[in-house]
Design a protein around this ligand. Structure first.
Ligand code: HGY
Ligand code: MN
Ligand code: MN
Ligand code: MN
Length: 401
């Protein structure tokens, strides 16, 4: 079954009629349905499916305990109102690549797994790459268990409802030690390949990125009867935060500073808010320095409005240089299928960026004609998807000969 057909089978899962696009978040019905779909498709292929203590899924061709495994895969969760390819393309391509290898009669000399990492987008609990960070010990399990979603539900409660013991979350060095290579196929996010008329890019680096939360506290009051001098309006320093992020990007073309999420309480149209939370996504060569500039402006604005401000770090991911030797292998193997292969530095975070600190890790990026991602219009052409699957199959064959 082709990756396009696999994706088509779940195209209606998690469609977000209100926002457009798809919304599939850890523990919700859509993500649960996608996990069941993956498990069914893997079992249909005779793969042994297991759920690890961090609820990452692993579909094995070969003995999971043997070690020295070659792993591909990605994630099934999405951002709110996201596209259908970011994550699922890598998972579907992994299954389709195994179909190709079997059709060719390939007999791997080492185990191969297709993995699905939990909550890569951090869409529900705010910490990206949750499953791979827990697996690798990059996220403290106590902190993870206590994470709360927008409704105040904790991660521990969601896992318990799922029948997973939250007490078992955490670093899994034994599992990690059995992995020898990880190759993630992902739709390109950004538009580097299309202008060069290229279908495949090999990942070289992943930019440093992080998420910070600025919580402004003022005083609720009547919108119609409170004069400016009497207001302590937290929306004003929140607005200054957004403008400071834009100034930071204008200063440094490599910087990315985004405020995509704001939450005002109590949230009435006719109320000067009592509190406003602003989430800042910062990326680039030095995201912390960028954040310091934005926070300084936010603090000054908060002071001028008589508001308090608290700044917390939700997550920080250092810049990652993907394994050069594996990138060379990916490039060599891909060259048998596509006329030219380029290295691609990406501004998007991935589970590959987390695993890269623990085992040789590579990425294959599949052309995105418009570059649009984290949005309903995200798209890869069927021919490019098929090319990506062929290249991934050739890579898995090369690594398991
Ligand atoms: O946010 C990111 O860069 C990734 O798509 N999770
Ligand atoms: Mn994403
Ligand atoms: Mn992704
Ligand atoms: Mn199409």
């Amino acid at each position: 079954m082709s990756a396009v057909d696999l994706l088509a089978a779940v195209d209606d899962v998690g469609r977000d009629r209100r926002r457009g696009g798809w919304s599939r978040h850890l523990g919700d019905d859509a993500e649960t349905t996608l996990r069941e779909w993956f498990t069914t498709e893997a079992a249909r292929r005779g793969l042994a499916v297991e759920t690890d203590t961090n609820t990452n899924l692993w579909a094995w061709w070969g003995d999971p305990e043997a070690g020295d495994a070659v792993v591909t895969g990605s994630h099934l969760d999405s951002v709110p109102g996201g596209g259908a390819y970011d994550g699922p393309l890598g998972v579907a391509s992994g299954l389709a690549a195994l179909d190709l290898l079997r059709a060719r009669g390939h007999r791997p000399t080492r185990p191969i797994a297709v993995a699905v990492f939990a909550e890569e987008e951090g869409g529900r609990f705010g910490v990206p790459c949750l499953g791979s960070r827990l697996l690798t010990g990059a996220l403290d399990p106590d902190r993870a268990r206590a994470l709360r979603d927008a409704d105040g539900v904790t991660l521990a409660e969601v896992y318990a409802r799922r029948g997973h013991d939250p007490a078992r979350l955490g670093h899994d060095p034994a599992r990690l030690g059995r992995l020898a290579r990880f190759v993630e196929l992902h739709i390109e996010q950004g538009r580097a390949l299309a202008p060069q008329d290229l279908a495949i890019g090999v990942g070289s680096t992943i930019v440093a990125h992080g998420r910070w939360r600025l919580s402004f506290t003022g005083r609720a009051d009547h919108a119609g009867t409170t004069e400016l001098a009497d207001r302590r309006d937290p929306m004003l320093p929140a607005a200054e935060t957004v403008l400071a992020a834009r100034r930071a990007m204008a200063r440094d073309p490599q910087a990315r500073a985004t405020v995509g999420r704001v939450h005002a309480r109590p949230g009435g149209t006719n109320i000067v808010p009592s509190a406003v939370e602003v989430w800042l996504d910062a990326r680039g060569p030095a995201p912390q320095a960028l954040v310091e500039d934005v926070v300084a402006a936010a603090r000054a604005a908060a002071g001028a409005e008589g508001c308090r401000v608290e700044v917390t770090t939700d997550s920080v991911s250092p810049a990652v240089r993907l394994d050069a030797g594996l990138a060379d292998t990916l490039t060599r193997v891909a060259a048998a299928t596509v006329p030219e292969v380029v290295r691609l530095a990406t501004g998007a975070g991935h589970d590959a960026g987390v695993l890269a600190a623990h085992l040789p890790t590579g990425m294959l990026h599949v052309r995105n004609p418009t570059g649009t991602s984290h949005a309903p219009d995200e798209h890869a052409e069927d021919d490019d998807v098929a090319t990506g699957v062929r290249v991934l199959a050739d890579v898995l064959a090369d690594l398991t000969r």
